[in-house]
Design a protein around this ligand. Structure first.
Ligand SMILES: [Zn+2]
Length: 356
């Protein structure tokens, strides 16, 4: 299905010119998901399946349920740490990534990803990206939520002024539950948490290596990505992470900065808010680079992503063609698409408090 209308170009556009071969497969179990929504979610999974490489099928459960008025989706990735040949010790990996890295299924009988999608949302379930005004594009949101499930996720938490890694509790997200056992995270970070750095002048430390209080880093509003290889050191000050001055569990530190990558930007896919009447079926260069940084192997057709970034690369590659003008919804129609954020406070001012 070609992309059309307002969608940012998805891999399937390119598949019109190159054979589309699935390099990873998703096995999706639905709970209450309408048939047309299942088609849209499968479409998003197929996009990821054409990008990622894994010999182990990625097991996803999708629950179609009321989440209140603010959230579009909530995702819980299953995780493993210190598995054999883990690239980085004492660090959590999404099981989908751990399985891919080793070719071994560490979690037989367990889902890799639990996704809750809001049954009360006015969804557009078509797969063509022609999302009508007032509707939310399910393919886009499913692509985003699956992105969290495969590793675009962190374990940062802030209570009062105290920041921590690896202290997330199941009760933090009640009444939602996971189909897999909630792990004790042993105050360890996720692999994604090892890349953001605070861009205060002179600060070159990464999150987990920083000597300053974690809590202040989580809300410094100046977080950037410091991927050592793919996202490129020359861009570390420019790739902005969502880290508003008020910490939002599940939104802060696990998304790209909304204001830096608004609707229509090639990298909007992993920002915390989504707009009605708009679609994005493509992870974008930063998203793909980040996946490389945390350890994913990308399918050969994306092999050009497997080299360090450069300014030339950036300038020549980031201008993905837009087939037609992107419809931008008014700010008031943005809704949160978060890893586990059930807070509603962002809705009233979804773009506030985070700087540019
Ligand atoms: Zn999200």
């Amino acid at each position: 299905m070609p992309c059309a209308g307002s969608c940012l170009p998805p891999p399937l556009c390119i598949s019109l010119r190159y054979p589309l071969a699935s390099a990873a497969t998703f096995t999706i179990t639905h709970f209450g998901t309408p048939p047309d929504a299942q088609v849209a979610i499968q479409h998003a999974a197929d996009i990821w399946g054409s990008i990622l490489v894994s010999d182990v099928p990625i097991k996803v459960s999708v629950s179609w349920t009321a989440l209140g008025s603010a959230a579009l989706g909530v995702t819980f990735p299953n995780g493993r740490k210190d598995f054999i040949n883990a690239p980085v010790a004492a660090t959590w990996y999404a099981t989908a990534l751990a399985n891919s890295l080793t070719g071994f299924e560490f979690n037989p009988g367990e889902d890799d990803i639990n996704i809750y999608l809001n049954s009360g949302t006015n969804w557009y379930t078509g797969t063509d990206g022609n999302t009508p005004a007032g509707q939310y594009d399910l393919v886009s949101v499913a692509l985003h939520e699956l992105g969290h499930g495969i590793g675009f996720v962190g374990l940062a938490k802030k209570v009062g002024s105290e920041g921590s890694f690896g202290l997330l509790q199941a009760s933090d997200f009640a009444p939602l539950i996971t189909t897999f056992p909630w792990p004790e995270q042993d105050t360890l970070p996720g692999i994604f948490d090892r890349f953001p750095a605070c861009a205060y002048p002179g600060d070159a430390g990464r999150f987990a290596e920083s000597v300053g209080p974690l809590g202040s880093f989580f809300t410094c509003n100046q977080l950037t990505l410091n991927g050592a290889n793919r996202t490129g050191r020359e861009w570390r000050w420019l790739i902005r992470i969502y880290a508003p001055s008020t910490f939002a569990l599940g939104s802060s530190c696990v998304h790209l900065n909304e204001a830096t990558y608004p609707a229509g930007n090639p990298n909007e896919f992993m920002t915390p808010f989504s707009s009605a009447g708009h679609s994005n079926h493509w992870p974008g260069p930063i998203g793909l680079g980040m996946l490389r940084d945390i350890g994913w192997n990308l399918a050969p057709r994306w092999a050009w992503m497997n080299r360090p970034w450069s300014s030339n690369w950036w300038s020549s590659r980031t201008r993905f063609p837009t087939h037609s003008p992107v419809r931008r919804a008014a700010r008031g129609t943005s809704q949160a698409i978060t890893v586990a954020d059930l807070q509603r406070t962002g809705l009233s001012s979804p773009h506030g408090g985070q700087g540019g």
